[in-house]
Design a protein around this ligand. Structure first.
Ligand SMILES: [Zn+2]
Length: 295
């Protein structure tokens, strides 16, 4: 949808920057501009997709869920590749991938932690409809595991136990000298380079670009994907390696892909849903026995 034009000066604006009066005018005009039945049609399609997904889940016994940034946006955590990416480029000409790399961390720790505090920590974020649904699935022994590229820890916060965090977790932080552990607030409330009582640098237990993934996490994740009868890939464009190649181990029956953008695995999908993951799972949760993981 193109950005609306402000009535007075014709410059594109974001709806969230409009005052209430202008915003209601904007909404009214957008609704008028849509073909009749647009909203109803859109919802109907998504409901059908949610029903199809619910049916696959109902028939599956060993589901693995592979999640990316699109699963966390519903909890207010932006995909740093799009939002912070633009910001970082404007600010100092560096991409987030460069800042979040091993070499940048060692060469420019102060700038690293400035960026990290601003863009990687969301202490108020809570699990959304997707996380809650997956917790129900695990309780009913239908979900074998969650393999995630996300570092926000929301799957564990929702209660899931079998979570393979390929890129680590911002909730775990440790002193690089004495290994003492610290909560994320320690980094958030510090300025400059966060230090342990012993003087060592405290770093988050996340995998930086240029660092290898944890071996035991990889082995567990690959084992679950290989043994799954259904693999649901959600909220990721499968652009980050080696994590993305894990999905190629899948040999089961149903490959479900839920993502707004195309992915390299689309041609292999048995169900391809181009919707927002959270909206879809909100619908799925509301389907009653049909979409309920209990059935
Ligand atoms: Zn220490």
């Amino acid at each position: 949808m193109p950005l609306p034009r402000a009535p007075d000066h014709g410059i594109p604006v974001r709806p969230d920057t409009l005052d209430t009066g202008t915003l209601s005018l904007y909404i009214q005009r957008e609704m008028n501009a849509r073909p009749e039945g647009w909203q109803a049609g859109e919802m109907l399609t998504m409901k059908k997709e949610a029903e199809q997904l619910g049916e696959i889940i109902r028939r599956s016994r060993r589901i693995v869920f592979f999640s990316g940034a699109g699963v966390s946006t519903g909890s207010g955590i932006p995909d740093f590749r799009s939002s912070a990416g633009l910001f970082a480029k404007e600010e100092n000409g560096l991409s987030p991938e460069m800042i979040l790399s091993r070499s940048f961390f060692y060469l420019h720790p102060e700038e690293f932690f400035d960026f990290y505090r601003k863009h990687m920590l969301y202490p108020d974020a809570v699990p959304n409809a997707v996380h809650r649904y997956l917790f129900e699935l695990e309780k009913r022994d239908k979900l074998r595991g969650i393999v995630t590229q996300n570092i926000d820890g929301l799957h564990k916060q929702a209660g899931n136990i079998r979570v393979y965090e390929l890129h680590g977790n911002v909730h775990e932080n440790y002193c690089m000298e004495c290994n003492a552990s610290y909560p994320p607030e320690k980094i958030l409330r510090s300025s400059g380079i966060p230090r342990c009582d012993c003087g060592g640098v405290i770093r988050p237990n996340i995998v930086l670009y240029g660092e290898p993934l944890e071996k035991y996490v990889c082995i567990g994740a690959r084992r679950e994907i290989t043994n799954a009868d259904t693999l649901i890939i959600a909220g990721t464009s499968l652009a980050v390696e080696p994590a993305a190649s894990f999905t190629e181990d899948f040999r089961g029956k149903n490959l479900v892909i839920i993502n707004r953008e195309p992915t390299p695995a689309d041609s292999r999908a048995s169900l391809l849903i181009r919707e927002d993951v959270t909206e879809l799972f909100q619908l799925l949760s509301g389907l009653g026995t049909e979409g309920s993981p209990a059935s």
